[in-house]
Design a protein around this ligand. Structure first.
Ligand SMILES: NC(=O)c1ccc[n+]([C@@H]2O[C@H](COP(=O)([O-])OP(=O)(O)OC[C@H]3O[C@@H](n4cnc5c(N)ncnc54)[C@H](OP(=O)(O)O)[C@@H]3O)[C@@H](O)[C@H]2O)c1
Length: 302
C-alpha cells in the first residue's frame, strides 16, 4: 500500500452542525487549536497480553508507530496505564520529538495486574501521572490529557479542578474525558474546557449516541474506542461481510469509514500491533459512502 492514505490537512475550524453530504465530510478536526486528521491510531495494543508488560514483537510495534506517521496519522491515543508505561515509552522511542503529531494520553487507572483496572482520581495521583507522562514522552506540555475514568470515590469537582489547574499551569494543552454521560460532561464543563470525549462506540454498540450528539453540538471531539469491536467487526463471515464485499472494501475499513461518516466530530483510533492491519485500517480514510449506502450500513443489525 502506498503512502498518503490520509488526506492533507485542511484549514477548517471546529466543525459544528455541518451539512453531512458525502462531499462535505471534513478529514480533519480541530480542538484547542490543534488540527489533526480525524482517523488516528490507538496505542493500547502495543503491549503484552492483558495490556500488561512488553508486546511479543517489540520491533513490529515500533514499525507500526513509524508507519502510522508515514501514512499521515497525526493523532495517537495512549495512556500511562497501557503496559503500564510501555505504550508511552514505545511512542517516545519511535517518534520523539513528534513534529506535528499530537499524542493524547490519559491517567486515572491504577494497574495491579493483567486486565486489572482500578479507577484512581485522587488529584495528587493524577498530577503525578501527568508529570510522569511528560517525562516518559519527553514533552514540556501534554497535547491532550484525558481523565481515563471519573473515580466515584473522589469528589468529581476535585478531579475536574485538577485538570483545570494543569491546563492553567500549561502542563497540558487540552483536556478530555473518557466513558462519561452527557450530565458528567456538563458537570466538567462548569469547571474546565472539555476538548474531547472518549467513549466506547462502533457500528454494533451505539449506546453513546446521546453523548456523540452532545459532542457534535458543543464542538467536542468524540473519540470512539473499540471502533472495530476488537476485531469482531472485521471477522470473516461476520455481519459486515456482504456490505463490505459490495463496496469492494474490507470489513475493518467499512466499520471505520462508517464512523467517519457518522459525525464530523468523530475521531476513530483503531488499535493494532501489526503493520498490515494498520495499512488496511488507514485505507478507510479514502472510503466515501453516498447517503443511501450510509443509511443501509447504519441499518445493519449488528
Ligand atoms: N478510553 C478507554 O477506556 C479505552 C478502552 C479501550 C481502548 N481505548 C483506546 O482505543 C483504541 C482502540 O480500541 P481497541 O484496540 O480496544 O479496539 P479496536 O481498535 O476495535 O480493535 C483492536 C483489535 O482488533 C485487531 N485488529 C485491528 N485491525 C484489524 C484488522 N484490520 N483486521 C482484523 N483485526 C484487526 C487488533 O489485533 P492486531 O493487533 O492483531 O491487529 C486488536 O486486537 C485503543 O488502542 C486505545 O487507545 C480506550
Amino acid at each position: 500500500m502506498t503512502s498518503g492514505l490520509l488526506r492533507p490537512r485542511e484549514s477548517t475550524g471546529t466543525i459544528v452542525n455541518m451539512n453531512r453530504s458525502a462531499m462535505s465530510i471534513p478529514t480533519t478536526f480541530t480542538y484547542a487549536n490543534q488540527t489533526v486528521n480525524r482517523l488516528g491510531y490507538g496505542a493500547m495494543r502495543i503491549t503484552g497480553r492483558g495490556v500488561w508488560g512488553s508486546p511479543p514483537d517489540r520491533e513490529e510495534c515500533l514499525a507500526v508507530l513509524r508507519r502510522a506517521v508515514e501514512l499521515g496519522v497525526d493523532f495517537i491515543d495512549t495512556a500511562d496505564s497501557y503496559g503500564p508505561y510501555v505504550s508511552e515509552e514505545l511512542i517516545a522511542q519511535a517518534l520523539h520529538p513528534y513534529g506535528n503529531v499530537k499524542i493524547a494520553t490519559k491517567a486515572g487507572f491504577l494497574r495491579t495486574g493483567p486486565n486489572v483496572w482500578v479507577p484512581c482520581g485522587r488529584p495528587d495521583y493524577l498530577r503525578q501521572e501527568c508529570e510522569m507522562s511528560l517525562r516518559r514522552l519527553g514533552q514540556d506540555s501534554l497535547d491532550l490529557f484525558q481523565l481515563h475514568r471519573i473515580d466515584p470515590t473522589v469528589p468529581r469537582e476535585e478531579q475536574f479542578g485538577l485538570l483545570k489547574a494543569l491546563l492553567d499551569e500549561g502542563k497540558v494543552q487540552a483536556v478530555g474525558l473518557s466513558e462519561v454521560s452527557v450530565a458528567e460532561i456538563k458537570d466538567a464543563q462548569r469547571v474546565v474546557t472539555i476538548s474531547t470525549v472518549q467513549n466506547r462506540y462502533n457500528l454494533s454498540d451505539r449506546r453513546s449516541d446521546d453523548v456523540l450528539d452532545y459532542c457534535e453540538q458543543q464542538g467536542i471531539g468524540f473519540i470512539p474506542w473499540f471502533p472495530i469491536a476488537a476485531g469482531e467487526l472485521a471477522r470473516e463471515g461476520g455481519p459486515l461481510h456482504a456490505a463490505a464485499t459490495a463496496q469492494g472494501i474490507t470489513m475493518a475499513q467499512l466499520s471505520l469509514a462508517w464512523l467517519l461518516r457518522r459525525s464530523p466530530v468523530m475521531m476513530p483510533i483503531p488499535g493494532t500491533s501489526k503493520v498490515a492491519h494498520l495499512e488496511e485500517n488507514l485505507g478507510a480514510a479514502d472510503v466515501t459512502f453516498d447517503d443511501a449506502t450510509f443509511a443501509a450500513i447504519s441499518a445493519i443489525g449488528v
